[in-house]
Design a protein around this ligand. Structure first.
Ligand code: G3D
Ligand code: MG
Length: 177
């Protein structure tokens, strides 16, 4: 019998880095350029089978619009979160530099360090790229995390980002048990 897991995860990162596009691509397997700006917070559910792990995971993926005005929205967003995709846009340096702010916000709201995967999104825009691979890799390593390059537009590595996070969450919950 495969092991069954159920996790809530949150999408973190600056506005327009592709959090909603990645969530949509992952949960509905398509890229919707007209997907409405996230209002408040919202979640989608996806069930996945982890390759080589004999594990089934039901993921509740929470997506938030920027910095919500209401503290209550932020509290319910982070409540019970077990992991996060820390997303930046490889064509905008500031979104990379702000990753630590998002980690701090997650820490302040969950009271602990949750497992994260660093996601360098929009790698299809190679000609506009300003954050090189090595920089992202180095950052991920410095926070003891995993680095993935993705494109919500082409679908490249979208599923993998979520799968890597699931693997880390499973391992850390085993470690805690
Ligand atoms: P957010 O949820 O983090 O705020 P969105 O970001 O998912 O709303 O994406 C912001 C914009 O970037 C959207 O464009 C979206 O289509 C685009 N985008 C997201 N991911 C990718 C990607 O991997 N490659 C490219 N080329 N574009 C991407 P619009 O024009 O609708 O604002
Ligand atoms: Mg969004």
């Amino acid at each position: 019998m495969p092991a069954e897991y159920r996790y809530k995860i949150v999408m973190l990162g600056d506005g327009a880095v592709g959090k909603t596009a990645l969530t949509t691509r992952f949960t509905q397997d398509h890229f919707d350029a007209d997907y409405k700006r996230t209002i408040g917070s919202d979640f989608a559910v996806k069930r996945l089978v982890l390759p080589g792990r004999d594990s089934h995971v039901t993921l509740q993926v929470w997506d938030l619009a920027g910095q919500p005005r209401f503290e209550i929205v932020r509290q319910s967003f982070y409540r019970g979160a077990r992991g996060a995709l820390l997303v930046y846009d490889v064509t905008r340096r500031r979104t990379f530099l702000n990753l630590d702010r998002w980690r701090k916000e997650a820490y302040d709201n969950t009271g602990r360090e949750i497992p994260v995967v660093v996601v360098a999104n929009k790698v299809d825009l190679e000609e506009n790229r300003v954050v090189p691979t090595e920089m992202g890799q180095q950052y991920a390593k410095s926070i003891d995390s995993i680095y993935v390059e993705s494109s919500a537009l082409t679908g490249e590595n979208v599923e993998r980002s979520f799968e890597e996070l699931c693997t880390i969450m499973i391992d850390s919950s085993r470690g805690a048990a």
